[in-house]
Design a protein around this ligand. Sequence first.
Ligand code: PMP
Ligand code: GLU
Length: 393
Amino acid sequence: MIAHKLKNITPSYTIEINKKVADLKQQGKNIINFSIGEPDFYMPNHGKNAAIKAIEENKTKYDKVPGLEALRQSITHKLRNENNTSYHLDEIVVSNGAKHAITNTLMALLNPGDEVLIPIPYWVSYPEMVKLTGGVPVFIESSKETGYKLTSKQIASKVTPKTKLIFLTNPSNPSGVVYSEEELRDIGNYCVQNHIYILSDEIYERICFDAPFVSMASLSEPIKNITITINGLSKSLAMPGMRIGYSASNKEMAKAITTIQGHLISHPATVSQWCAAGALDQCKDEIELMKKAYQERRDLAVTLLDAMPHLSYVKPQGAFYLFIDVSYYKKYIHFEKSFSVAFCKELLDKASVAVVPGIAFGMDDFIRISYACDMETLQHGLEKINSYLKELI
Ligand code: PMP
Ligand code: GLU
């Protein structure tokens, strides 16, 4: 009954584990949830008030397919002021979260069999999104030694005449690494010369701790022209349930995305869009406070992790994740297919701590911890992991 292409698609690990935690909590179990990447903050008041006002003013009719003009204005201002990129209104399309902005882009760009380069570790949904939209994922290995960052040389080794697009996540989910301007320029220029589009997923851009964030599209006009910037409000404005994301691209791409969106969803909920416009314009202070809190948590987490034996990781400079190599413990865990899945299952069963197996991100020796939780929970959860590891050996 179900389409053949679904045979090859794995459900999202992040979402499945989070659901499992919710079920366990419902059964009265006390679980520390380091799994899903969901801010523990609530959306700022400006967003809430804008949404309430929109309902009271009956702003609940159909509107423009690429998104409310007021919201796209706010997005172009933000891109100009914060990211040094200049876009017209008709180059922005607002969609149902960054996920939807990515799938719209893939639908607009890929012909059957087109190859899409995906650096490992990757965010869990990229390969499945590519397969669902008719493309072929081609993975590029990276290593801890280079901080999981790619160079144009590594990219070149995987390019074929069918290569159409490369994914770049900056800051990265799951590793939290952040590319410098020079590193981005190397990749951007290579892609311009070799006619490869760049999907630059910048959803964690405002959660960047140690150096200023650089947007790929800001580097040059030719790079901007081949880049589709993906962003959204789920993380930086702590409103994942409002489902607002967007793409910024050249006009031709934005027009194609608008055509697709017009048939599939018309546009995201108008109330969510008014809420986003209110939040985007007025919440700079709240964004700074949340970033500061994530940074303090990152610092606490790395201090605690450094005191635990046999673990290694690259210190994250952004987002709110730690991607940890736990391969030393392989000899102590019984597994058939996936070590990281078995490790995470045992950790949940025995220590009541939920994390995501590295296999979700293409690296089975690893686990991912989300530190989007308060300091006390973070400390308690990491101590529980430490005790569990000590008992394991
Ligand atoms: N890209 C990355 C790297 C993510 O971590 C996420 C997680 N939500 C998304 C895209 C999707 O964001 P949204 O919830 O806005 O669809
Ligand atoms: N992006 C977050 C994560 O990686 C939220 C869950 C999801 O959309 O996958 O955990």
